[in-house]
Design a protein around this ligand. Sequence first.
Ligand code: SF4
Length: 562
Amino acid sequence: MPRRVYLETFGCQMNELDSELVAGRLRTLGYAFTGESAEADVVLFNTCSVREHAEQKVWSRLGELKARKADDPNLVVGVLGCMAERDGEALIRRMPVVDVLCGPGELDKLPTLLDNAVRTRASLAADAPAEWPRGLRSAREVALQGNTSRRSATLAAAQDTLEMLDLSRAMSPTDGEGMPKRSAYVRITRGCNKFCTYCVVPFTRGAEVHRPPEHIIEECRRLADAGVVEITLLGQTVNHYRFEHGAAVTVNGVTQPQKGRSYTGGHRRDPFAGERVTTFADLLARIHDAVPSIQRLRFVTSYPRDFGDDALEAMRDHPRICRYLHVPGQSGSDRILGLMNRGYSVGEYIEFIDRARAILDQPEIGRPLAISGDFIVGFPTETDADFEATVAMLRRARYKSAFIFKYSARPGTVAIDKYPDDVPEAVKRRRNNALLAAQDAIGLEVGQSNIGRTMPVFVEGLSVRERKRRAAGACSAHGSVMLTVGGRVPSACGAGPSHGEEAHEESRAVERVQLSGRTDTDHIVLFDLPAGARVEDWIGRLVPVRITGATALALSGSPITA
Ligand code: SF4
């Protein structure tokens, strides 16, 4: 009987990709997956420590498992990702329910850790207090990177086993909900060398490491062969990708990823591009040309400094690369940017935004550029004047959307030790709401500028409203609100397919199904599935949609079917 795993992921796209790779590896080793933690023999949380909220959720999940674990000593509980790496064994002391700790840099070792944990349930941890219930005293399995990755000058000296996790990626034709998998993340860079003072990533994910371009292109090709049509390239500072072929090392016939030695020769062009070096611009062009069945190529997250004209021109000259940039600004005050150690000034940031628009914003040929940003309000010592400068920068950049957060002091960061968190919560809240309101007004204007346009929309699935309606409707199956997807009835109501279909056929006649998709400018577009059409036939398709409406957060329209 295969062991059933429940894997819950918190935080960023990088974590989502890590979870997908880990799940693929465990499936090949005979583990099965369940969406219900109560049914699982192994419960795993892939964690994020950038936001306090995500951490609180993990602590409460672990707390909920205490009673079950005390009754069921064979249950294996694991914490993966940034919380594991940052807190280490202190996390187990705080939460003895945890058996396995695995940092993001050690995920290739997880199968072995789980295997050991499963096999050693019987053996007790030497240091476990005798008064703890039996289920909490089992031996622990721990794989953490610590800051070894930073110390090792020649990372490539040993086989980069984590690269093997990406290389051995299982290509699943369906997603977690059994729907056709038409979009995927591909990592091009791991870790980060920037050390922004509010961020823990350089300490939990280690040094910046660039994957060999051949590995990335091959992975994109395999994904395309498995039916994927949209690929998002991932990196903490994705535009800093740079692979020096002259310095490449091969171990057991596998070219090794390379430590980042960012080229800081300004943002014009990389003099070594092409032959001896594969730059970010080169990589974009090579993937675009080598995998023509990828209809959409996009990337996150960009770093405003050192974003070369060559990369912007590669986006302009390759039609299937999306005209979308996600470029966190964080603050509109040079003083605060300095305290954050962001490494650029407001002037340099705006210069980049203007340069990107000059090269890429071409609404006249139906290819506008959209930019989104990130901002932290209430960073230590932030004054009203600093905040007003941030509002001014947001207005100047004219984002389609912006992720706006209140500063919270995060354990393991430079800032928590260096700067007292002195901006009152009420002030943080007021500034957060004011910046959100300013962005909503701009987001609405940017959205409305698309009304009347016909835009290619990548259909991602049911809209949030439709999912909520199903979740609610499922429990009133005998009513008329619920609709089917490919004949399956959502598990909530427990009514069998045959029972549901008549009811659903009736209801389909009166209720439209709302789908959600994205433009290549990353605008969310909501539209109704044409009558008689099947949801699963539309997911993953690029369909022309005439935009008829806009809010600050989404566009709406009607698909052009004939
Ligand atoms: S660039 Fe800064 S905020 Fe982004 S991951 Fe690196 S250290 Fe963190």
